[in-house]
Write a protein that binds this ligand. Structure first.
Ligand SMILES: C[S@@+](CC[C@H](N)C(=O)[O-])C[C@H]1O[C@@H](n2cnc3c(N)ncnc32)[C@H](O)[C@@H]1O
Length: 372
């Protein structure tokens, strides 16, 4: 029987029920709803957790119905399908501490990987809490990394200069000064997090750049004032997507362009560390919308999709350098993982690093181009 790793994230449908077998072995059972794509019904996973993990599950997930958690395990064909009644069988001595049973499969679990989120869904990431302090150091973009992005934008814009840019969700000002330099300015960096903005003001100044408080839902710029707008690693954080897509249409000139860099849940980048820490990919995937959904977000608001490009950019000079940055946890993925999972993941990376190869490391990202 071949076992394959599986991981999933979903919402608790009820509080765990803790019981003990006749021989005194603790067992917690609960159900998790895993949301499908927009039109699909959720699938339900029954999770059974054994022994000390059972006590832990019962304690940390009590009164957490509706909250979000993520899980990892190994997939096995469901013995029940072959006639055995194993779903409710008492654990054998050699059985792993947790067992997850789906409608079609039995999953034998290793560690618990997620942190429950009260209220359901992914919690909004607060860049004022911790990320602002590590973002610039943990996710630097070298001039070599920015160059392919500027070239990708230029391919869709007129050759006339200057072009007015909006960098929406400009963060610490990763891209804003480069936009002003490449397209003659001015570039408006609009950012809701006061502490991210403070970093931009302190470290990413440029004579043709203005940083302002605002958000995708409320952009502090006049109607039809920008030739181009950029959303760079931002869209998954926006809650009122309909209002935001409309607000962007208000500030971009007719004929102007909107560039959306986003990860898609059905087309996640093949990041090297996801291969070593699949839990990271699970929660990251849960943060993002599908390609079709993101396209619909904008087309539904009156934007015309004119291109879907892929941009390959230099992420780090080598993996060891990338790992040092990763350890700063400057990626919002880490906001959704438990300390235990992160520590174990980093230990696995450290052990795997020598075998992962050396040399420059590139990443390919999706870029949607819309016209107003
Ligand atoms: C991953 S960072 C990207 C920052 C910058 N674009 C970059 O690439 O370095 C996401 C940024 O989106 C901002 N953000 C979150 N919600 C937003 C919203 N509703 N409107 C605009 N920006 C938002 C965050 O504060 C954060 O600075």
């Amino acid at each position: 029987m071949t076992e394959a790793s599986v991981s999933f994230a979903g919402n608790l449908t009820d509080d765990p029920e803790l019981r003990h077998t006749d021989s005194g072995i603790a067992r917690a059972m609960f159900r998790v709803a895993v949301l499908g794509r927009r039109e699909q019904e959720p699938s339900f996973f029954t999770v059974i957790v054994w022994r000390d993990q059972a006590e832990h599950a019962a304690e940390s997930l009590s009164r957490a119905a509706g909250s979000w958690s993520s899980w990892a395990g190994r997939r096995q064909p469901r013995p029940g399908r072959r006639g055995a009644r194993t779903a409710r069988a008492a654990p054998r001595r050699d059985q792993a501490p947790a067992t997850m049973i789906t409608d079609s499969d039995q999953l034998t679990s290793g560690p618990w990987i997620g942190r429950a989120k009260v209220g359901g869904g992914m919690e909004k990431v607060d860049y004022d809490a911790r990320l602002h302090a590590v973002y610039a150091a943990g996710r630097p973009l070298s001039p070599d990394a920015r160059q392919p992005w500027m070239a990708a934008f230029a391919r869709h814009l007129p050759a006339t200069r200057p072009l007015v840019w909006l960098d929406l969700g400009s963060g610490t000002g990763h891209m804003t000064p480069s936009l002003a330099t490449a397209f003659g300015g001015p570039a408006h960096g609009v950012e809701p997090s006061a502490k991210m903005r403070a970093q931009a003001l302190a470290h990413a100044g440029h004579p043709a750049v203005r940083y302002a408080a605002g958000s995708a839902e409320h952009i502090p710029l006049p109607d039809a004032s920008c030739d181009a707008a950029l959303l760079f690693f931002v869209w998954h954080h926006v809650i009122d997507r309909e209002g935001a897509a409309r607000e962007l249409r208000r500030v971009v000139k007719p004929g102007g362009k909107l560039f959306v860099q986003a990860n898609f849940s059905d087309r996640m980048p093949d990041s090297w560390w996801f291969r070593v820490v699949p839990e990271g990919k699970t929660v990251d995937t849960a943060q993002f919308r599908s390609e079709a959904e993101v396209k619909r977000d904008f087309v539904g608001a009156g934007w015309t999709l004119v291109s879907h490009d892929e941009v390959t950019w230099l992420r780090a000079a080598n993996l060891a350098e990338d790992f040092e940055r990763l350890k700063l946890r400057a990626v919002s993925t880490f906001e959704h993982l438990s300390e235990e999972v992160v520590a174990a993941g980093f230990a696995r990376i450290a052990a795997a690093l020598p075998a992962l190869g050396d040399g420059p490391h590139y990443e390919s990202s999706q870029l949607l181009v819309f016209q107003r």
